[in-house]
Design a protein around this ligand. Structure first.
Ligand SMILES: [Zn+2]
Length: 175
């Protein structure tokens, strides 16, 4: 089974082994390590390509013209946050990243030593929730079910991610 990544430019890069992808996108030169790895036949791949090409071909859209912003009067941006048991919130930036004790949320997670230094990779998708990939040492549960390591899953608002044994509620807010 082959793997692939979809670059933000819409280019699909196929490779045979999980870690054998090239450093940079052959089309635009972006660093491919920043994009999630999918099975080549994953149905989400075609959706991603379509979504990325669409975003690229409509660069002049103002935020107010985007359907999800219709009816909103403020220019606030909606972001995902992970709410920790002590009330602290880890804000996920629109470009995504890695959540862990030495990454996004490092400060908020300082008191939770069971969370890995790099625990999950998160990528917000405007219309498809938060894409989460477990990259941790001790694992992650999604609504109580163990996530398969290194396999991206779609996570919606209200879900609970358990980082090792630390429950984090997936929420969203305007910033
Ligand atoms: Zn590219």
């Amino acid at each position: 089974m082959a793997f692939c990544k979809v670059c933000a430019c819409g280019e699909k890069i196929v490779f045979e082994r999980r870690l054998s992808f090239p450093d940079n996108c052959p089309n635009c030169g972006r660093r491919l390590v920043d994009f999630l790895t999918y099975s080549e036949d994953d149905p989400r791949v075609e959706e991603l390509i379509a979504a990325n090409r669409k975003e690229k071909s409509e660069p002049d859209n103002t935020p107010a013209e985007r359907p999800e912003d219709a009816g909103r009067s403020t220019g606030g941006m909606r972001v995902f946050v992970l709410k920790l048991p002590d009330g602290a919130e880890i804000v996920i930036p629109p470009e995504g990243g890695i959540v862990g004790r030495t990454e996004l949320g490092g400060e908020e997670l300082a008191g939770y030593p069971s969370v890995s230094r790099q625990h999950i990779r998160v990528t917000p998708r405007r219309s498809a929730g938060l894409i989460v990939e477990d990259i941790s040492k001790y694992g992650t549960l999604l609504n109580g079910q163990r996530m398969e390591k290194n396999v991206p899953a779609r996570v919606l608002e209200g879900a609970v991610l358990t980082l090792c044994n630390v429950e984090a509620e997936v929420s969203a807010k305007e910033i």
